[in-house]
Ligand binder design. Sequence first.
Ligand code: ADP
Ligand code: ADP
Length: 232
Amino acid sequence: MITVTDLTKVYRQGKREVRALDGVSLTVPEGSIHGIIGHSGAGKSTLVRCLTLLDRPTSGRVEINGVDLTQARSDALRTARRRIGLVFQQANLFDSRTIADNVGYPLELIGVDKAKRAERVQELLGLVGLPDSGDAYPAQLSGGMRQRVGIARALASDPDVLLFDEPTSALDPKTTNEILDLILSLKHLGNLAVLVITHEMHVVKRICDSVSLLDAGRIVESGPLVDVVNTL
Ligand code: ADP
Ligand code: ADP
């Protein structure tokens, strides 16, 4: 489970301050999908960077199963970061590596041996519906398939939290629905807390259990999907 408490990020530009995030709090238990929806400029990108500690929040906590990532330093931070699998808008695959090597990359980084890696990669490719694509290269796959590979890679290090950053904005409607169904199916693994950050209401409506509405760095509504959708 992921718990975010009072997360604030202030950017300074000369004398001007921009409060990109202002006291954001939320909890996502395992086995559930939480959506964060907001217009352009609401603070979504900043939230993604602060949750993954690519950017240091100005204040506040990001806890995964009770461990505060914002207090972790260097080695501990690298380990803690692996607790969050990040899926980008575009899969961001290495074009010169096979699909199997892309998915296995996070495992390579932590020194998992080749045989174990191959086994885990095959399992992950099966999970995302691409059991026969390991030897292909990214350019040979469709956008939807590449996004599946991105999801498999995010799952490789067996994270507790899966964070999707605009996962379907680059996809056509049919492919979008297929990817949303895949995200929904991950819920049934049971042990993942899934966070989906998007500007698209239809994405939230289709897959989320609960939703937070982000506006100018603040969460202005939060609760079960039906309740929040009814306020809009
Ligand atoms: P979104 O992803 O929802 O479009 P962002 O997180 O990119 O929103 O931006 C939130 C606010 O913070 C905006 O006002 C943006 O201009 C500002 N902002 C984002 N990053 C920076 C930065 N590095 N320096 C200064 N202001 C920033
Ligand atoms: P996105 O499509 O991710 O919302 P943005 O256009 O909001 O992209 O931001 C792109 C990059 O520019 C991000 O790294 C963000 O932090 C930075 N950025 C956004 N607004 C500002 C700003 N006002 N000043 C400086 N950097 C900014």
